[in-house]
Design a protein around this ligand. Structure first.
Ligand code: G6P
Ligand code: ZN
Length: 543
């Protein structure tokens, strides 16, 4: 039944920050997905007879590629595949399955928070045995293989019924169609105080969760409504749709604006609002009248994690990506635990988590997670917040303002200049880089530059070095401006300017964020000449 099919290589199958992401019509080209999947298998060793986890976020083309992946896994000698029913697995749930069942690895089909549909985005990503995204050593090998591939192996078999939980065999390989939610929900019950959260809901606590017609719908329904007893209707847009209902499944203030407006609507607003993205790894947290920035959320979660059973012994350390605000650093300092600053991208946390150096990680790009899996985890962040709210019995606003009073507030904003001409963006960065050696000690307005550098990361576990990860200019008093080009954009370049000001004085914790950062925003302009170089008067997006 195994067929070897001749194929021609494509030149563009280079995995990016998070696997191979292209428009659906690109993936629909003859053998395009097959080539990439075979290139993954050809880059791995010693998987004969072992288990592969397969699932995706349910977006357009998901089912087709799941069928192909199962049949190719059988032809390539895997002993078993575990596939989420309906082809559904959130990214953190897939990571959990790989770890729990000691699978060899997993194939996750997703383009995260990007739109889905016949002309929108699709993606294929390979995760290794620790449950995390494949490191560059492997993705480089996959790309190299994809450039010379001349055949792939597939089992010739009829369509597999993905919609029933069952076990069958396919040419000697076991195919287990599993409930995509059960193992993940069980893990969440181990980590969090479900009785306390149930009690909170029974006291009338009002929550809204927007699944954005993406993969977290079934997970949130089961966990938040069924197991935690939140009233029906708490979870909105809970049916995963192939085109996410035509929206960007990106939980931010732009794409989850309705939720934001509702949370800001005054005294009748829900107590707690949250959302997750296409594949379930990002999160948005909003209290009544207060949006919690991902950077603040990381710091608050790290400071209160011990209130949840899974972290009752305390946390070993915290890691954040470099552009993420330094709010978490204040927590680590006070607790005397490790704090690690990594380049942007979840994969950099893997070594620190595996080595037990950190327990909680987070990024300004709406990702938070812990050592329970090796991906960021949207629902995990929501449940940890709920656990903290249930135990402390205070509002989100009270918890956040008390946090600022204790640790100081890191005012924080990101200014994005999207679709900028690539040469102009590279020129801006190059000029900044050239200025770096002379910046220390210079004054810009009332600010004095303390240090400035192009961030390089020395991984303390495997000693690898990643250079050119963003330019940081640190001012006296703990304020910062960071410049970085996005690694995930598809057209032109996106300049991201991350602006942060540390304010220890609680009397000044109630300022409007952009106003609080005005002098730093002006300094960023002086430093990088943004307007002239990008031809833009203002950022495209401010978060
Ligand atoms: C993806 C990764 C994140 C990362 C983000 C950065 O979502 O999973 O780990 O923080 O990209 O995106 P950027 O566009 O800033 O490179
Ligand atoms: Zn995602």
């Amino acid at each position: 039944m195994i067929k070897t099919i001749a194929t021609k290589p494509y030149g563009d199958q280079k995995p990016g920050t998070s696997g191979l992401r292209k428009k659906v019509p690109v993936f629909q080209q003859e053998n395009y997905a097959q080539n990439f999947i075979q290139s993954i298998f050809d880059s791995l060793e010693d998987f004969a007879g072992k288990t592969l986890v397969i699932g995706g976020d349910g977006r357009y083309f998901n089912r087709e590629v799941i069928q192909i992946a199962i049949k190719m896994a059988a032809a390539n000698g895997f002993g078993k595949v575990m596939v989420g029913k309906g082809g559904i697995l959130s990214t953190p749930a897939a990571s959990n399955l790989i770890r729990k069942y000691k699978a060899f690895g997993g194939i996750i089909l997703s383009a995260s928070h990007n739109p889905g549909g016949p002309t929108e985005d699709f993606g294929i990503k390979y995760n290794i045995g620790n449950g995390g995204p494949a490191p560059e050593k492997i993705t480089d090998a996959i790309y190299a293989r994809s450039r010379v591939i001349d055949s792939y192996k597939i089992v010739d078999a009829p369509e597999i019924d993905l919609d029933r939980v069952t076990t069958l065999t396919l040419d000697g390989m076991t195919v287990e169609i599993i409930d995509p939610v059960a193992d993940y929900a069980e893990l969440m019950e181990e980590l969090f105080d479900f009785p306390a959260i149930r009690n909170l809901f029974s006291l009338g606590f009002h929550m809204v969760f927007d699944a954005m017609s993406a993969v977290t719908g079934p997970y949130a329904k089961e966990i938040i409504e069924r197991r935690l007893g939140a009233s029906e209707g708490t979870v909105r847009n809970f049916t995963p749709l192939p085109d996410f209902g035509g929206h960007h499944p990106d939980p931010n203030l732009v794409h989850a604006k309705e939720l934001y407006d509702e949370m800001m609507s005054g005294g009748d607003a829900p107590d707690f609002g949250a959302a997750s993205d296409g594949d379930g790894d990002r999160n948005l947290i909003i209290g009544r009248g207060i949006f919690v920035t991902p950077s603040d959320s990381l710091a608050v979660l790290a400071a209160n994690a011990q209130l949840a059973p899974g972290y009752s012994k305390g946390i070993a350390g915290i890691a954040r990506s470099m552009p993420t605000s330094m709010a978490a650093d204040k927590v680590a300092e006070k607790r005397g635990i490790g704090i690690y600053e990594t380049p942007t991208g979840w994969k950099f946390f893997g070594n620190l988590l595996d080595a037990g150096k950190v327990t909680i990680c987070g990024e300004e790009s709406a990702g938070t997670g812990s050592d329970h899996v090796r991906e960021k985890d949207g629902l995990w962040a929501v449940l940890l917040w709920l656990n903290i709210l249930a135990v402390r019995g205070e509002s989100v606003e009270d918890i956040v303002t008390q946090h600022w009073a204790t640790y100081g507030r890191n005012y924080y904003s990101r200014h994005d200049y999207e679709g900028v001409d690539s040469d102009a963006a590279n020129g801006l960065m190059a000029t900044l880089r050239d200025k770096l050696p002379s910046l220390s000690g210079t004054k810009i307005g009332d600010l004095t530059v303390e240090t400035a550098d192009d961030f390089a990361y020395h991984d303390p576990v495997d000693q690898s070095v990643s250079k050119n990860q963003g330019i940081r200019v640190l001012f006296e008093g703990g304020s910062r401006v960071v410049f970085r080009l996005s690694g995930t954009g598809t057209s032109g370049a996106t300049l991201r300017v991350y602006i942060e000001r540390y304010e220890p004085d609680a009397n000044r914790h109630n300022l409007e964020t952009q106003a609080a950062l005005a002098d730093l925003i002006a300094a960023a302009e002086t430093l990088a000449d943004i307007r002239a170089r990008t031809g833009r008067d203002a950022p495209t997006v401010i978060t």
